[in-house]
Write a protein that binds this ligand. Sequence first.
Ligand code: 15L
Length: 268
Amino acid sequence: MNKKVLITGASGHLGGMLFKSMAKIGYRNLLGTDLKKKNIDKNEKFIKANLKSFKSTVKITKGVYAIVHFGAIPIEDTQQNILQNNIIGTYNLFEAARINKVKRVIFASSNHAIGFHRRTTKLNEFSVQRPDSHYGLSKAFGEDLSRLYADKFNIKSMCIRIGSCLKSPKDRRHVSTWISYGDLTQLVNIGIKNKSIHHEIVYGASKNKKSWWNNSRANKLGYKPKDSADRFNINLLSKNEYKDKMALLFQGGVFTSANFKGNIKKIK
Ligand code: 15L
């Protein structure tokens, strides 16, 4: 693809991974952006920018066809930090996309937008959001924001509720939530190229037998995961599982139990 694709969070773990993996699958016109320049090669195009600044966000989105939006705080933080970086940053990005006539946005959502669902509940693209943290709430907001910008302004979007994207699964939860780097790259590529997309919610998970998510919508859009957590030694992974009883009940794991003052029985 020769059209310009902007990757936010290009110095971070997943944005950085995608900056490299998308070049490998034929993206010829990638532009990376982040607060700091880290792990960026000489031949890669990169602009430092802060999405909290609307002016800079408008500047970096000029002439862009699609945005792969991974630039955000990736874990729980204070309400103010999440509000400024994730919520306002994402709002600025979509508004800049509208002004500059960007056609598509791939939004890095997270399983923490639905983290307060119990592990016994199988979810799909219609399941209600149940954020488990300020961080998860910012992802739920991004999903709604992208739906508004699709319906109102025709900016196509795909929100990927990413499970645990790591080189390999590390604990028993990951047996359900893991996605490989290759499978995440495949989903982002579909989000950019699939012509039928208007606004989509898909799950960022490999083909895991113990998945909590029915990802048939992603499959319909062309997703054929190549990896699975099943090929790892599950007994070995179980040893690494945390001993947090509440976390073990809910899909969001330790994000649900952190600072918890509620009533577990009421969270059905
Ligand atoms: C996420 O959204 C986080 O960015 C990542 O650090 C992990 O915590 C992941 O979810 C997960 O739930 O495993």
